[in-house]
Design a protein around this ligand. Structure first.
Ligand SMILES: Cc1cc2nc3c(=O)[nH]c(=O)nc-3n(C[C@H](O)[C@H](O)[C@H](O)COP(=O)(O)OP(=O)(O)OC[C@H]3O[C@@H](n4cnc5c(N)ncnc54)[C@H](O)[C@@H]3O)c2cc1C
Length: 477
């Protein structure tokens, strides 16, 4: 397969004539699009700050004619290097296509361009009494297009599902430059293969999403949460499972292991902080939504279950101010890890919920074998564990990488997956054969080849055997 790279100098000049000031080549513009949140840095040859779908389609047609790579990009908060120009190429920045075209309160849908920030959509929907549930922690800094391309999730997944569950239909520029409309504007639709669900989660390799029709829900009237400290993660997980098997479906169930609590425990209020002895406690955060009466009843039941299963301390958070304080503890974990550690590799494995405690119990052995520190936290309700593998020493990076691979192998052995929500991109493509069988991989490559015969759209992402040379297309062995 061809692996296109950067456009040659005369093609760059052609692009400048074609797109005028929307084509950016100054060092600042390239530098700003050379990174995402994976820690990888790969500068593009140029950036097209697209204003409309016609420009997107024109760029893709030119890429096919002249053999250069096009890399779709939202806000660049991805954690897998998916929006980076590995082979040079032109980054297609979609953040200027950022209009909320409609919030239809009668059909309970939204129609948006891909560059809309997720938090802005949620606020616009809420203003009409409606709810867009997907809530990646990056919701104020990431785009709906990027969320759809990575099938982003968040704490609310446990009750409401992921981004894919809310994309009813979309418009996309295919890698050939043709524009398709996939899906419907209706709640149901079974006509033909489901190309919408194929494009969602395809990490910008099968099409550039230029418009989305999203399902909304009525906004819950009330939200209430509580934080509970347990003596160890095993007891914490038993409480989580008891909550789910006794008739409750909370809108978030998060956990922090003992290593994370050492980093952020100081943010907890007095009596809960005082219950931490540093001997292996785990924190659980559970949120309910619905009417005021329903949430109060659920929160009381859940508190009783946590006490029955041995909670050492409980912090109810019945109002917005108290909720915000509790969520701050959870949201501070990533930034505190990044501040504290020179090397950190974020993994986001998922395992069946019943295996979370087993997965976390295996981590000290990995830490010992590779001389790394592992922070485990995340979505207890859906088994999606964020593992941050860290070291204070840059020279230890190869050991941290080896430990990360071992964690992926452990998750797979426990019936899990290597990524619950962050995707494969560049960062994890070498691990893909651990999870995807040769037959499935061949089928997936076949789909890519069918849609993108010249491999111009986001080449090298997802698939493991890329041998790209900057500016020099070459064949795979
Ligand atoms: C602090 C922090 C917290 C995070 N929390 C979460 C979380 O809770 N849940 C979660 O799922 N993720 C989380 N992430 C990861 C990241 O925010 C998500 O992957 C997000 O969906 C990326 O959106 P983006 O607009 O930044 O896309 P980018 O990073 O720009 O791109 C991501 C991928 O999408 C493709 N893409 C972007 N736009 C389009 C488009 N219009 N058409 C086709 N392909 C496109 C790119 O090519 C790339 O492959 C977090 C990241 C950070 C830094």
């Amino acid at each position: 397969m061809l692996h296109p790279g950067a456009p040659r100098a005369e093609i760059l000049a052609l692009l400048e004539r074609e797109f005028g000031s929307d084509l950016l080549t100054c060092p600042e513009a390239l530098d700003a699009r050379s990174r995402d949140d994976s820690g990888i840095c790969l500068p593009p040859a140029a950036v097209l700050l697209a204003r409309d779908e016609a420009q997107v389609a024109r760029l893709v047609v030119l890429a096919n004619e002249h053999g250069f790579a096009v890399i779709p990009r939202g806000a660049g908060t991805g954690l897998a290097g998916g929006c980076l120009a590995e082979t040079g190429g032109v980054v297609l920045d979609l953040t200027a296509m950022n209009r909320i075209l409609a919030i239809d309160a009668e059909s309970v849908t939204a129609t948006v361009e891909p560059g809309v920030f997720t938090g802005d959509l949620r606020r616009a929907a809420k203003a009409k009494g409606l709810f867009y549930p997907p809530d990646p922690a990056s919701l104020d800094t990431s785009t709906i297009g990027g969320n759809a391309a990575t099938n982003a999730g968040g704490p609310a997944c446990v009750k409401y599902g992921t981004t894919r569950d809310y994309v009813l239909g979309l418009t996309a520029v295919l890698p050939t430059g043709e524009v398709i409309r996939a899906g419907t504007a209706t709640r149901k639709g079974v006509v033909g293969y489901d190309l919408t669900r194929l494009l969602v989660g395809s990490e910008g390799t099968l099409g550039v999403i230029t418009q989305l029709t999203l399902k909304l829900l009525p906004h819950p009237a009330h939200q209430q949460c509580l934080a509970a400290v347990f003596a160890d993660l095993d007891s914490a997980m038993r409480a989580i499972i008891a909550v789910m098997t006794r008739g409750h479906l909370p809108s978030a169930m998060e956990f922090l292991d003992a290593t994370c609590l050492k980093l952020v425990g100081d943010l907890l209020p007095g009596h809960v902080k005082d219950s931490l002895t540093g001997r292996g406690e785990a924190l659980v955060l559970i949120e309910c939504d619905g009417t005021r009466e329903e949430t109060a009843r659920s929160a009381a039941d859940i508190e009783a279950i946590c006490r029955e299963l041995g909670a050492l301390a409980i912090l109810p958070a019945p109002d917005d101010e108290a909720r915000e304080a509790v969520w701050k503890v959870r949201r501070s974990v990533s930034s505190r890890i990044h501040e504290a550690c020179t090397v950190f590799i974020p993994e986001d494995i998922a395992v069946p919920i019943g295996n979370i405690a087993r997965m976390v119990a295996a981590l000290p052995q990995v830490e010992g074998r590779y001389g790394v520190v592992i922070y485990a936290f995340g979505h207890a309700g859906d088994g999606n564990i964020h593992l941050n593998l860290t070291s204070p020493d840059e020279a230890a990076r190869p050991r941290v990488e080896a430990a990360a691979e071992e964690c992926v192998r452990l998750a797979l052995a426990l019936g899990g997956t290597m990524s619950g929500e962050h995707g494969v991109g560049l960062a994890k493509r070498h691990l893909l054969p651990l999870e995807i069988s040769p037959v499935s991989l061949r089928l997936q490559r076949g789909i890519k080849n069918l849609l993108d015969p010249n491999n111009i759209l986001n080449p090298g992402k997802l698939f493991p055997d890329v041998a790209a040379v900057n500016g020099n297309p070459k064949e795979d062995a």
